[in-house]
Design a protein around this ligand. Structure first.
Ligand SMILES: *Cc1c(COP(=O)(O)O)cnc(C)c1O
Length: 367
C-alpha cells in the first residue's frame, strides 16, 4: 500500500458496533472488566486506549516499523527513551540538537548520572572516537534544527551497530513522508506530533516507533509508569490530521522552494538554509540584532511564534525563542547566530507569503 493510502486507511477503521465511518473518541479513564483482570484489551487509559492503538497502527505503518507508542508530547517521548538508561550511561547527540532535548538531558537526566554529549556527526573520525567510549544511545536529528544540517543516518547507524549502540532518530522535521529512518538502519524513530503529524497547531503529542519488541515494551511501560500518556481526544485529532499528511507535506515543500528562490535573490540575505524538502527555511540576514527583531515583528501573514509544521506560516528567532535555553557561546559555536530567523512555511498561497516578506524587508530600509 502506498503512503497516502496508508494515511487514510491504516488505523482508521470504521466502528464495528455502530458503523460510524470515523472511529469514535474513547473519552474514558477506565474500562469495564467482566471478572477481575478480564478485559477487552484495555483497563486504564494511562496504559492504553483504543484511540492510542489506532494512531499507533497508522504511525508504525508510515514509519515502516512494527511497534509504536504514543505520548503526551515529543518531550514525553524523549523522557520515555531516557528512562530506559541507567546512571553512568552516555547519550551522544547531534551538536545542534533541539533546545528542549538539550534542556531535558542537561537539567534533568544529568542529575541521575546520565552523561549527555554533543558531537559533529559530519566528522567520521570524531564519531568513531566517541563510539569507542560505548555510549548506549546516539540521538540524531536530520535535518537539524534550526540549521537544517543533513546527517548520514545510514552510515552512522551501521557503524553504531558494530559497537552495539542504539540509534535514535528524531524525525520531526522530515515527517515520514520525506524520510523513514528505520529503513536506513536506525533502531528507533521519535516524533513531536505537535509539528507536521498534528499539522494544525492545535495539540501537543509525541511518538516512538521501532522494530525492537523489547524496546517497544519498555516504551509502553514508561508511558504507564511515568504517566506520559496523551488524551484520547488529542490522539484522535492526530489520527484525523494524518489523513492529509501527504498532501500537506507536498505543499509545504512547494511553498518553501518558492520562498527560498525569492530569498536567494534578495540583497539583505546572507545565507539561506534549506535541505530541499519539508517546510522549514532558516535565513541569516545581513542585519543587526535590533533590525532582526524589527523584521520578525513586522510580518502580517507570518505569525511570530514558537513551533512549526502547522498549516499557517510562522516565524521564529531561535536565539531568543526556541534555542534560548542553549548558552550563547555554545549556540554560536554551532553556527546559530543572533541574525538567524527560522520560517515554518505554511499552506497559504505562495504569492501572499512572498509579498509579506518583500514588504517587511522594505520597511527596514525606510528610516
Ligand atoms: C518540538 C520538538 C520536540 C519536542 O516536542 P514537544 O511536542 O514540543 O514536546 C522534539 N524534537 C524536535 C525536533 C522538535 O521540533
Amino acid at each position: 500500500m502506498k503512503f497516502s493510502t496508508k494515511t487514510i486507511h491504516i488505523g482508521q477503521k470504521s466502528d464495528v458496533s455502530t458503523g460510524s465511518i470515523i472511529p469514535p473518541i474513547y473519552l474514558t479513564s477506565t474500562f469495564l472488566q467482566s471478572s477481575p483482570g478480564v478485559t477487552k484489551g484495555y483497563d486504564y487509559t494511562r496504559a492504553g486506549n483504543p484511540n492510542f492503538t489506532n494512531l499507533e497502527k497508522t504511525l508504525s505503518s508510515l514509519e515502516l516499523g512494527k511497534y509504536a507508542t504514543i505520548f503526551s508530547s515529543g518531550s514525553g517521548a524523549l523522557t520515555a527513551i531516557a528512562s530506559t538508561l541507567s546512571s553512568g550511561d552516555t547519550v551522544i547527540a547531534v551538536d545542534d540538537v533541539y533546545g528542549g532535548t538539550y534542556r531535558l538531558f542537561k537539567q534533568v537526566f544529568e542529575k541521575f548520572g546520565i552523561i549527555f554529549k554533543q558531537i559533529n556527526f559530519k566528522n567520521f573520525e570524531e564519531i568513531e572516537k566517541n563510539f569507542k567510549l560505548r555510549p548506549k544511545i546516539i540521538l540524531l536529528e536530520s535535518p537539524t534544527n534550526p540549521l537544517l544540517k543533513i546527517v548520514d543516518i545510514k552510515n552512522i547507524s551501521n557503524l553504531a551497530k558494530k559497537y552495539k549502540i542504539m540509534t535514535v532518530v528524531d524525525n520531526t522535521f522530515s515527517s515520514p513522508y520525506f524520510q523513514q529512518p528505520l529503513s536506513f538502519g536506525a533502531d528507533v524513530v521519535l516524533h513531536s506530533s505537535t509539528k507536521y503529524l498534528g499539522g494544525h497547531s492545535d495539540l501537543i503529542g509525541g511518538a516512538v516507533i521501532t522494530n525492537n519488541k523489547n524496546f517497544a515494551d519498555k516504551m509502553h511501560f514508561a508511558r504507564k509508569a511515568l504517566g506520559l500518556n496523551p488524551s484520547p481526544f488529542d490522539a484522535w485529532l492526530i489520527s484525523r490530521s494524518i489523513k492529509t499528511l501527504a498532501i500537506r507535506m507536498k505543499k509545504h515543500q512547494e511553498n518553501a522552494l518558492e520562498i527560498v528562490k525569492f530569498l536567494k535573490g534578495n540583497s539583505q540575505v546572507k545565507k539561506v538554509y534549506y535541505p530541499g524538502f519539508s517546510g522549514i527555511v532558516s535565513v541569516e540576514f545581513k542585519l543587526s540584532l535590533s533590525q532582526t527583531k524589527k523584521l520578525i515583528s513586522s510580518f502580517k501573514i507570518f505569525s511570530l511564534a514558537e513551533s512549526l509544521g502547522g498549516i499557517e506560516s510562522l516565524v521564529d528567532h531561535p536565539a531568543s525563542m526556541t534555542h534560548a535555553s542553549i548558552p550563547k557561546k555554545k549556540r554560536e559555536q554551532s553556527g546559530l547566530h543572533d541574525g538567524l530567523i527560522r520560517f515554518s512555511i505554511g499552506l497559504e498561497d505562495k504569492t501572499d507569503l512572498i509579498k509579506d516578506l518583500r514588504r517587511a524587508l522594505k520597511l527596514l530600509t525606510i528610516k
